[in-house]
Design a protein around this ligand. Structure first.
Ligand code: FAD
Length: 447
């Protein structure tokens, strides 16, 4: 039987283990995870802190059950520290010592770590990042034990925005500090304005074009680059992540332009016996083919499927990621797929944009909610390149339609023809997606 060793047991690692088992009941699968948990939902952590998910174990599957269900030799608290490619073995370390484990195939899904900029005065006591379960537990314990009244969140990406809502749910005042001119760089600035207004309504103060210079007073005073200071009881740093590439580097595997692990279309690294996936891997952008490092759960799951099939002699090429994302910001759903105006400016595409303000469904039907939609498309052909939808109910549906349309290579004219299903509680006879299609066709005709 083939001996498969997996490094990392969460988003990519546990998924690839279960996918391999579905196709091959002979393979010997060993999974190393340096933490205490596997197959858990990173994505659920903010909601445990906020209390929406009240039971900690609900985001933490039982290790034994997983091991038994998929017949995987799971070794938690075991960190892989070295790869010997000539011997085809890994060295791992746990509480009782250092050991070696041979492999025929090695799969790396070590994820990423939260960036912590070298800020003067940073203290461990009341400053946090959120990437792992111990991070989550530290934040939760700090809130329970210290009853903080204020929290500063540095970084307005999806983790920062989700934490703003969850921190408010704990009755803690919070503000967001971001060095950009708008939060959530996955949407254009005109769309981000909706998020800014909503944060304002929810009492979250925003400091844009602002960065944190230093901490003072044991992490309780933040000196900002605009000369002002803020007093806070706790700070969450959500300024981005970096792929975990130490093992790959040490084993002399190629890294890509983004700094993540280079892989081919079957997710093989520069050593064909070693695969990589998830946040640590560099994959092509779906539209441009440019190297990208998308740190989201669904690409990791797709990549796991591709690896399992490749090992099972069914080659399926990974087509690249669109980076479709969705995030809840209090009562607003914020979504994007494909490219933004900023990212398209880095490509050779000549593009155009159209926006549309709509209602989720027939206005006379109770409960209709506002939606703002923006699409980005090629000036010559009308091919869709990006979509952003922000609003209330039905936002996720329009995002999903746009993401599917981009994947299918559809044009704005195709959007006018989609039959998306109408009854007053759900939509209008012309869905907002049809209407934005018509608007875009008009715009193209005027060129
Ligand atoms: P991970 O899931 O992070 O797993 C990597 C694992 O490898 C870690 O457990 C680590 O301990 C282990 N490891 C690393 N090095 C070693 C070693 N040398 N030896 C042994 N073990 C090792 N994505 C979405 O699509 N939607 C969301 O709503 C969403 N929300 C998120 C919220 C938060 C707070 C965070 C942090 C992430 C969120 N993500 C979300 C991102 C998503 O969780 C990741 O894209 C996904 O988990 C990636 O899987 P991965 O296997 O690459 O990395």
């Amino acid at each position: 039987a083939k001996k498969i060793v997996i490094v990392g047991g969460v988003g990519g690692g546990s998924t690839v283990a279960s996918q391999i088992r579905r196709l091959d009941n002979q393979a010997e699968i060993t999974l190393f995870e340096r933490g205490a948990n596997i197959a858990f939902s990173n994505c659920g952590m903010p909601y445990f802190i906020g209390g929406t998910v009240p039971v900690r174990d609900d985001i933490l599957p039982d290790v034994e059950k997983f091991a038994k269900k998929y017949n995987v030799d799971v070794r938690i608290h075991s960190e892989v520290t070295q790869i010997d490619r000539t011997k085809k073995s890994v060295t791992y370390q746990n509480d009782s010592g250092k050991y070696e484990e041979p492999y025929d195939v090695l799969i790396l899904s070590p994820g990423a770590h939260a960036s912590v900029p070298p800020i003067k005065g940073l203290t461990e006591q009341n400053t946090f990042t959120l990437r792992t379960i111990p991070d989550m537990d530290r934040i939760n314990a700090f809130i329970n034990e210290n009853n903080p009244q204020t929290c500063a969140i540095v970084g307005g990406g999806f983790v920062g925005l989700e934490m703003a809502e969850n921190i408010r749910d704990r009755n803690i005042d919070c503000c967001i500090i971001d060095h950009s001119e708008h939060v959530m760089t996955l949407v254009d600035s005109d769309m981000a304005a909706h998020i800014h207004d909503h944060l304002d309504e929810k009492g979250v103060q925003l400091f844009l074009n602002t960065s944190l210079d230093s901490f003072a007073n044991h992490g309780r005073t933040l000196h900002l680059n605009n000369g002002k200071s803020l007093e806070t009881d706790m700070t969450i740093l959500a300024v981005g992540i970096k792929p975990n590439t130490e093992l790959a580097k040490q084993a002399d595997l190629s890294l890509g332009e983004t700094g993540a692990i280079h892989v081919n279309e079957f997710m093989q690294t520069s050593d064909p016996a070693i695969y990589a996936l998830g946040d640590a891997a560099e994959t092509p952008d779906f539209l441009t083919g440019a190297p990208s490092n998308v740190a989201l759960a669904s690409p990791a799951h797709r990549q796991a499927y591709i690896i399992a099939n490749h090992l099972h002699h069914t080659p399926i090429r990974y087509q690249g990621a669109l980076g479709t994302s969705i995030v809840k910001v209090f009562d607003l759903t914020v979504t994007s797929t494909g490219h933004t105006s900023e990212s398209l400016k880095q490509t050779s595409f000549q593009f155009q944009t159209v926006t549309h303000e709509a209602l989720s469904n027939a206005g006379y039907f109770p409960g209709a909610e506002k939606l703002s939609i923006k699409i980005l498309f090629a000036r010559e052909t009308g091919t869709l390149l990006g979509g952003q939808v922000i609003g209330g109910k039905g936002t996720d549906k329009r995002l999903a339609v746009l993401a599917t349309a981009i994947k299918g290579g559809l044009t704005v004219a195709d959007l006018t023809e989609l039959e998306l299903g109408y009854a007053p509680p759900y939509s209008s006879p012309k869905d907002p997606i049809n209407i934005i299609g018509y608007k875009a066709v008009d715009a193209l005709n005027k060129n």
